[in-house]
Design a protein around this ligand. Structure first.
Ligand code: FAD
Length: 312
């Protein structure tokens, strides 16, 4: 029995969630096998350092959910993995369900806590748009998608085994013919460790550069409330909330957002929430770690300048 953690890449970098999956897998049992598709040895070593006993490298020339699922299932079978951990990301959600079907496995999505053993896994996941949590116990085999930034990465040193699998995309009936990346944030919202979000309080699309400047200096992704999206100020891909994206960054900076329950549903699990709102009674202050009651047009440029000084 083993745990298979499926790594994700962004360009040349390993996404942090990949290491979170490996470390979380180790709490269930060993060996932990990390699957690295289209990655290199440096990335494989990062996975070993986060808790993988073995890294299996595989190649997928053209991404398709079927092709990816075929590789994951083949490696899971080869390694006797009873638990497959994948990111609850756009990619993970694209293929994880197929893997569960192929392995005849139970499935749990968007979990934020993982405990137990390889036979019985105890999970916690937000339900009803984050208003409550469900504690779930499932038996293996299971495919589990894990919310990015929800797990601790623990350093590990042990045997260093990097293997190459011959598993390929197999039989693929549907292929992606094109991808439209327009309208998105420079950094993917669901992966970002800092998000600066704007709401109706920013007054109009001409003011996004103000927030983008703060994003640029802090390395944040740009998000938005539904009010800003519905007004046509930004694309829906930036929307955070019940009918948008669910995010869990280390720091969420809400600018001119009132904090409606549907917005909180998408960002309530952020580690630190900074709210900038000129209405001291805005509901966002109930969940904020730090609240600034002031005009965002004064506060955001001042913050950007300060971050520039501190971060260079
Ligand atoms: C089924 C359903 C699903 C929904 N899904 C979502 C969702 O996914 N995401 C989402 O966000 N919403 C969602 N909504 C909408 C939600 O209920 C709110 O209407 C929306 O979140 C409000 O957006 P807002 O906070 O930007 O605007 P408002 O509620 O209008 O708040 C604007 C805030 O800006 C502040 N402000 C104004 N000027 C300034 C200034 N100069 N400086 C500082 N502060 C200022 C105001 O004090 C106010 O608090 C959904 C609603 C429904 C019914």
């Amino acid at each position: 029995m083993a745990v298979l953690a499926v790594a994700e890449l962004k360009g040349d970098s390993l996404k942090k969630i990949s290491k979170e999956l490996v470390s979380a897998g180790r709490t269930l049992g060993t060996p932990v096998v990390a699957l690295l598709v289209n990655g290199n040895d440096a990335q494989a070593k990062e996975l070993l350092g986060a808790g993988a006993d073995t890294v299996v490298k595989a190649t997928l020339a053209n991404y398709s959910p079927e092709g990816m699922a075929n590789i994951v299932s083949a490696v899971a079978k080869e390694k006797g993995a009873k638990i497959v951990l994948a990111a609850h990301s756009v990619l993970g959600r694209d293929y994880a369900g197929r893997v569960a079907v192929q392995l005849g496995a139970n499935v749990a999505a968007d979990v934020v806590s993982i405990k137990g053993s390889l036979e019985n896994v105890e999970l916690r996941k937000p339900v009803y748009s984050g208003k409550a949590f469900a504690n779930i116990r499932i038996k293996s085999p299971a495919v589990i998608t894990v919310r990015p930034n929800s797990q601790e990465v623990k350093a590990h040193s042990g045997a260093e085994a990097i293997e190459t699998s011959s598993a390929g995309e197999g039989n693929v009936t549907g292929k992606i013919t094109s991808t439209d990346m327009s309208g998105g944030s420079k950094i993917q919202l669901t992966d970002a460790s800092i998000i600066v979000s704007g709401g109706r309080g920013i007054k109009g699309p001409e003011n996004w550069p103000l927030l983008q400047a703060l994003c640029d200096v802090t390395g944040a992704a740009l998000g938005a409330s539904r009010a800003a999206v519905d007004a046509g100020w930004i694309s829906h891909s930036a929307q955070v909330g019940q009918t948008g994206k669910t995010v869990s960054p280390n720091c969420y900076i809400a600018c001119g957002i009132s904090g409606a329950i549907q917005h909180l549903a998408g960002m309530g699990s952020s580690k630190y929430i900074v709210a900038i709102n000129k209405d001291k009674d805005a509901p966002i202050f109930k969940v904020a770690t730090y609240g600034i009651v002031d005009d965002l047009f004064k506060v955001v440029p001042a913050m950007t300048d300060e971050f520039k000084k501190v971060l260079g």
